[in-house]
Design a binder for this molecule. Structure first.
Ligand code: NAD
Length: 256
């Protein structure tokens, strides 16, 4: 049974890693996917991988579509929601914010620029996307499910990641507050806290660190983007219809 048959899902960070796996999983559940990334070519490749022959960019009537936007810019996010609604004649009822970056440095040496950029993409970006999507849903009287990708690091911190940990902790608080404000509109909002997942983001982690962290994971191995996407699909579907404001950890037991 397809759990998301008539759903339209907007996914940011759709061009890589977890965002790409989320697009594939939601499409498998029957959703139309609006795949957004800063890197339009990467998002286009994701839509190609969804495999629907009519899913080329801009093709009228295609099941999926590609959008380019920098989620940290309010005007770009406003334009994104307008373009998605123009293309699909309705606002997205599933919104998954996967766009995220790291710029690691120890506190004693962290530049203001690295702090600002990580918070702008990881936290302000989620505020902008969540707000614009929620405004469109409330205006149209539709229900929805908003899923924000935080990180277990937002709960426990990590060496060299004051900017990243703060941004991800912020996403948890934002998500809980949105859940409280929008529950009466039939809009749920949950965050997912991945642990150590094998994606391009973690490819740059030195093998020594990978071995050390993997040794701390009860499940004994890194997670896959699909492990995260499966949980996102559950939160997007009515199977989780009474879950809102939750922070769901997908960590293989790391830092429980
Ligand atoms: P990734 O680097 O593979 O993918 C991130 C995507 O976001 C890229 O396609 C990139 O182009 C896009 N992006 C970056 N800045 C953007 C912007 N300003 N606007 C729009 N798109 C932008 O990373 P990933 O590992 O797939 O991570 C996805 C999310 O999961 C991130 O929020 C990340 O913090 C979070 N996360 C990842 C892990 C992990 O171990 N990989 C763990 C916890 C949380």
């Amino acid at each position: 049974q397809l759990r998301l048959r008539s759903a339209l899902a907007l996914v940011t960070g759709a061009g890589s890693g977890i965002g790409r796996a989320v697009c594939e999983r939601l499409a498998c559940e029957g959703a139309s996917v609006a795949a957004c990334d800063l890197d339009a070519a990467a998002a286009r490749e994701t839509v190609r991988l969804l495999g629907s022959p009519e899913s080329e960019e801009g093709a009228p009537g295609g099941k999926h579509a590609v959008f380019q936007a920098d989620v940290s810019e309010a005007r770009a996010v406003g334009r994104l929601l307008e373009q998605v609604q123009a293309r699909f004649s309705r606002p997205p009822s599933v919104v998954v914010s996967c766009a995220g970056i790291t710029r690691d440095e120890f506190l004693l040496h962290m530049s203001e620029e690295d702090w600002d950029r990580v918070v702008a993409v990881n936290l302000k970006g989620i505020f902008l996307v969540t707000q614009a999507a929620a405004q469109a849903l409330v205006a149209s009287g539709r229900h929805g499910s908003i899923i924000n990708i935080s990180s277990i690091i937002g709960k426990v911190g990590n060496l060299g990641q004051t900017n990243y940990a703060a941004s991800k902790a912020g996403v948890i608080g934002l998500t809980q507050t949105v859940a409280k404000e929008l529950g009466r509109h039939g809009i749920r909002c949950n965050s997912v806290l991945p642990g150590f997942i094998a994606t391009p983001m973690t490819q740059k982690v030195p093998q020594k660190v990978i071995d050390k962290v993997t040794g701390m994971i009860p499940m004994g191995h890194m997670g896959s983007p699909e492990d995260v996407a499966n949980v996102v699909a559950f939160l997007a579907s009515e199977d989780s219809g009474y879950i809102t404001g939750a922070s769901v950890e997908v960590t293989g037991g790391l830092f429980m």
